[in-house]
Write a protein that binds this ligand. Structure first.
Ligand SMILES: [Zn+2]
Length: 134
């Protein structure tokens, strides 16, 4: 499914209203409400729209912000960032590098080694746990 760009109609039918609003209308879920905020499970976070792997649980950390936070995407180019001057603030918007879904925002107050904080809505992500090794 990687590399596929879902249509707006398909997403409207498949996503929950909150997922649709966040990813297609650049919404933000209320802080501390997202299903993945507290998750410490091992696995991969995929774009809820297109299934592209975006963030690994290994780079997830508790930023105290109320949203899942990562200090690095799984690979360069998996996400794209662009200047966002909405809501009277200059921020950096983070989008899925494959389908353009809005994910959240990027800040420069994250932990080392990158110093970056990818502040991502749970509603924009789909978590796939890593299979247990026997
Ligand atoms: Zn995507």
């Amino acid at each position: 499914m990687s590399g596929r760009k879902p249509t707006d109609e398909e997403l409207r039918a498949r996503l929950t209203p909150e997922q649709y609003q966040v990813t297609r209308q650049r919404g933000t879920e209320p802080a501390f409400t997202g299903g993945y905020y507290h998750s410490k499970d091992t696995g991969m976070y995929l774009c809820v729209c297109c299934g592209e792997g975006l963030f690994s649980s290994g780079t997830k950390y508790d930023s105290g912000s109320g949203w899942p936070s990562f200090w690095q995407p799984v690979a360069a180019g998996k996400v794209e960032s662009r200047r966002d001057a909405s809501h009277g603030m200059i921020r950096t918007e983070v989008r899925c590098g494959n389908c353009g879904a809005h994910l959240g925002h990027l800040f420069d107050d994250g932990p080392q080694p990158t110093g970056q904080r990818y502040c991502i809505n749970s509603a924009a992500l789909d978590f796939r746990p890593k299979p247990e090794r026997r």
